[in-house]
Design a protein around this ligand. Structure first.
Ligand SMILES: [Zn+2]
Ligand SMILES: [Zn+2]
Length: 346
C-alpha cells in the first residue's frame, strides 16, 4: 500500500512516500480502507520533533481517520465487512484498566496514540486498528466529516460538556477561534447554552467565526493584548470558562480574561514554551485549571449523532490527495488554515 512515513523528525521533507505491505488484522483488530484523514497540528508537532512523549519512529502519521472495514480479526467484535467507521485518536487500549472501565480510555495506561507509534496511521491506504478504538458512522454523515469527529469536535465536547460542565447562561471564551478546534468549540459552547466570545488575530476569519455562532468576536493584532476587550464585553467580570486552544502564547491575557470561579480548559499548546505564574493569582479567585486530551469512543459516538442531526457542522477547508500531504503540513504549521484539511489516498 501507499503510505507516508516519518523516519526522522524535521521539515516537510521528513514526510517520506513509501510502499508498505498491506496490514493484516491481529485478533482484536479490523483493517480499514482509509477514505480520508484529518491533518492535525499534533501531526506537525510529531513530524517536526516538538512532540516526543509517546512517539516511536518510524511512524505513519494520522489519527483522524474514516474509512470502510475490509478485514476483521478473529476476536474483533461489533463490526462487519463494509461498515463505515471513524477512529478515536488511539490504535489500542487495554479495555480493562481503571480508566478504560470508567469511560476515560484516553488515559488508558497501555494506550497507543494512533499515528505516533509504528507504521499504523491514517496517511496510508489501509490501517489496522483495535475494534475498541472505532465507532460506526451513522447514515447521512459524510466520511470526510466523520474523519474529524473525534479530534476536532470530540475534544471540545469532552472539554465543554464533560470536564468544563458549561452551564446554560455562562460566558465562554474560545481562543484560537478560527482554528480547527476553535470553530467547533464555538458551535459546541453555543449548543451548551453559553454566550460565546471568540478570540482571533485573523480579520479574514471573522465572518466564518460569526457563522459558527459566536456572539462576540474578540479581534486583535498578533502580540497585542485582548483581555481589556474581554473585560469590556463582560462588564469587567471576565468569563466563566475559557476553552484554550492556544496555550502559553496567550497565557497572560487568558488569565486576565478569566472571572471569579472561572474554569480554564486547557486543550491546545502550539509551541514548546513555558510560562511563569503565581498560584495565588488563581486560588485567590477560586479559579480552576482543568485539562482535556482527546476523546472516548462514547464521546465520538455522541459527536457523530450531533453531526447527523445537523447540530454540529464540521468545517473542512480542503481535501488533498495523500501525495500532497506536505502542502497540508505547511499550511497547518503556518496557521493558515480555516477549519480542517484532509488528505486522502483515494
Ligand atoms: Zn487531531
Ligand atoms: Zn486501559
Amino acid at each position: 500500500m501507499k503510505a507516508v512515513m516519518v523516519n526522522q523528525p524535521g521539515g516537510v521533507s521528513a514526510l517520506v512516500h513509501v510502499d508498505l505491505p498491506d496490514p493484516e488484522p491481529q485478533a482484536h483488530e479490523v483493517v480499514l480502507e482509509v477514505h480520508s484523514c484529518g491533518v492535525c497540528f499534533h501531526d506537525v508537532l510529531t513530524r517536526n520533533g516538538t512532540l516526543k512523549a509517546g512517539v516511536r519512529l518510524p511512524c505513519v502519521l494520522g489519527h483522524e481517520v474514516a474509512g470502510t472495514v475490509v478485514a476483521l480479526g478473529s476476536h474483533a467484535r461489533g463490526f462487519k465487512l463494509g461498515d463505515r467507521v471513524a477512529t478515536t485518536q488511539r490504535s489500542y487500549i487495554c479495555g480493562h484498566c481503571r480508566f478504560c472501565r470508567s469511560g476515560f480510555e484516553p488515559l488508558c495506561t497501555e494506550r497507543v496514540f494512533l499515528g505516533d507509534v509504528g507504521l499504523v496511521g491514517g496517511y496510508a491506504e489501509y490501517l489496522a486498528i483495535s475494534a475498541d478504538c472505532i465507532a460506526q458512522v451513522p447514515d447521512g454523515v459524510d466520511l470526510d466529516h466523520a474523519a474529524v469527529a473525534a479530534c476536532a469536535v470530540g475534544t471540545v465536547l469532552n472539554a465543554i460538556r464533560d470536564v468544563g460542565k458549561v452551564q446554560m447562561g455562562e460566558t465562554v471564551l474560545v481562543t484560537g477561534a478560527g482554528g480547527g478546534l476553535g470553530l467547533h468549540a464555538i458551535q459546541v459552547a453555543r449548543l451548551a447554552g453559553a454566550r460565546v466570545l471568540a478570540q482571533t488575530t485573523s480579520a479574514d476569519k471573522v465572518d466564518l467565526i460569526r457563522q459558527m455562532g459566536a456572539h462576540e468576536v474578540v479581534l486583535h493584532a498578533r502580540g497585542e493584548p485582548f483581555a481589556p476587550l474581554v473585560r469590556e464585553l463582560t462588564q469587567g467580570r471576565g468569563v466563566d470558562v475559557i476553552v484554550d486552544n492556544v496555550g502559553t502564547l496567550l497565557f497572560d491575557d487568558m488569565r486576565k480574561s478569566l472571572g471569579i470561579q472561572g474554569r480554564w480548559l486547557m486543550i491546545g499548546q502550539l509551541n514548546g514554551d513555558f510560562v511563569p505564574f503565581n498560584p495565588a493569582q488563581f486560588f485567590l479567585k477560586n479559579q480552576s485549571l482543568l485539562s482535556v486530551t482527546s476523546t472516548s469512543r462514547r464521546q465520538l459516538e455522541d459527536v457523530l449523532v450531533l453531526m447527523q442531526r445537523g447540530q454540529v457542522t464540521p468545517v473542512i477547508e480542503r481535501k488533498l490527495p495523500l501525495s500532497e500531504v506536505a502542502q497540508a503540513h505547511l499550511a497547518v504549521e503556518a496557521g493558515h488554515t480555516t477549519g480542517r484539511w484532509l488528505v486522502s489516498p483515494r
